[in-house]
Design a protein around this ligand. Structure first.
Ligand code: SF4
Ligand code: SF4
Length: 401
């Protein structure tokens, strides 16, 4: 901890960042406590976190060091490193002291957000926050267009008494590539005779990723609006496509004293097949490898259902990659990183696409909009788009019906 770190100190007073040496930095420690990062105190600097962090496959990065800085109240809010963590969940799994490593990182981001300090690569997050508050989505699209993906499909607006709310989330509602996933989902539900509806323009971003990017206020606002909409419309059970929506509805919205039944599409399709409501008759003769999204697998323990449904597709050969299940290699999109700039050569998704090709897969399949976006980008930037396809699990099931 050098002198330089000691000079990069900020005070809450008047929300003004000041540069001076303050010891023992109690105000900073207080802020870290207030923003949920206090478990740094259990860290004994073993470095296990750094050995598993995917950043160290592409460049040097030390979460251990960031936790250490927090211990002394020396969190440097100008430091680009505190924005690197994708909240993938690998290091908390390994930490022998039970440090809430993700929470320590998010705490630093909350402080930086409060002071309005963003390094260049992180600046897009400011626009994201504005778009979330204005239009309910992070990509600057109009709220009125949120249900356009469903035009021409048999998709109704959710009304009280319906069995299921389908919540496609932002990327499946607007992104041209991912709208195909929303359409595949609707087709599967219709084929199985499931009664469902969507909220359309009344749906807001779930808020999961902006929370991990440090904007707690935006998260709370989105969560409260969604919860009110769910309650006003008599929603009980919510079907989601994104593991990020799944995670926040299931594990974070209960902080607002509500509990909705939440099901991910991979679980739901598995149930439909088990109940004999979906039959997979068409052959899909391809070598497929499955990538576990961090927020579906590691954070929520859903590893088997996606694999089980793929195994039921006639002709499909499922191959495992290294770094699968609990050890899955993050695509790089969590923790708000989907909105930040990651230079070529530092993208984990490139490594994952290469791993998929190395095991001989013709198709890399997953079940998360961020993973799909990152893998599609990697296919193009690595110039391997002829060699491997990227699909959501629903796109395969739709073809097998
Ligand atoms: S693994 Fe846990 S105890 Fe070890 S350095 Fe990382 S945060 Fe500290
Ligand atoms: S949660 Fe993942 S990305 Fe973040 S520090 Fe831990 S291993 Fe690295």
């Amino acid at each position: 901890m050098g002198e330089e770190a000691n000079t990069k100190v900020y005070k809450k007073r008047g929300l003004r960042k000041i540069v001076e040496t303050v010891a023992p930095l109690e105000e900073v420690l207080e802020l870290i406590h207030e923003t949920g990062g206090e478990s740094f105190k259990y860290c004994y600097q073993c470095g296990m976190c750094d050995t598993v962090c995917p950043w160290n496959r592409v460049r040097a990065f030390s979460m251990r060091k960031l936790v250490r800085q927090a211990t002394f109240g020396l969190t440097e809010i100008e430091n680009e490193d505190m924005w690197r963590c994708t909240t993938c969940g690998r290091c908390p799994q390994r930490c022998p002291r039970g440090v809430g490593i993700i929470e320590v990182g998010v705490s630093a981001r909350r402080i930086a957000t409060e002071f309005g300090v963003f390094p260049t690569s992180v600046r897009p997050v400011r626009g994201v926050s504005a778009s979330l508050i204005g239009e309910g989505n992070p990509i600057g699209e109009e709220r009125e267009k949120r249900a356009d993906w469903a035009k021409g499909l048999s998709v109704e607006t959710f009304t009280e008494g319906m069995d299921l709310l389908y919540f496609p989330g932002c990327y499946l509602s607007y992104d041209p590539r991912l709208k195909k996933v929303a359409a595949a989902t609707a087709n599967i539900l219709n084929k199985a005779g499931v009664e469902f509806g969507i909220l359309g323009t009344k749906e807001n971003c779930c808020g999961e990723s902006i929370r991990k990017a440090g904007d707690e206020e935006a998260f709370k606002r989105l969560a409260r609006e969604n919860i009110k909409t769910f309650i006003d419309n008599g929603v009980n059970k919510i079907l989601v496509s994104s593991p990020h929506c799944y995670h926040t509805f299931k594990n974070e919205y209960p902080e607002f004293r509500v509990n909705f039944e939440v099901v991910h599409i991979s679980q739901f399709i598995f149930e439909l097949i088990q109940e004999g409501r979906l039959e997979l008759n068409n052959a899909y003769e391809k070598k497929v490898t499955y990538h576990d999204p961090c927020y579906l697998g590691r954070h929520n323990g859903i590893f088997d259902e996606p694999r089980e449904i793929l195994k039921k597709v006639p002709g499909l050969e499922l191959i495992e990659m290294p770094d699968s299940r609990e050890d899955s290699l993050c695509c790089g999109g969590g923790g708000g990183r989907i909105w930040m700039e990651t230079p070529k050569g530092e993208r984990f998704s490139d490594l994952r696409v290469e791993q998929a090709m190395a095991v001989g897969a013709e198709l890399l399949v997953t079940s998360c909009p961020y993973c799909i976006s990152n893998f599609e980008d990697s296919r193009l930037t690595l110039e391997v788009d002829e060699g491997i396809e990227v699909k959501d699990i629903t796109e395969i099931i739709q073809e097998a019906l």
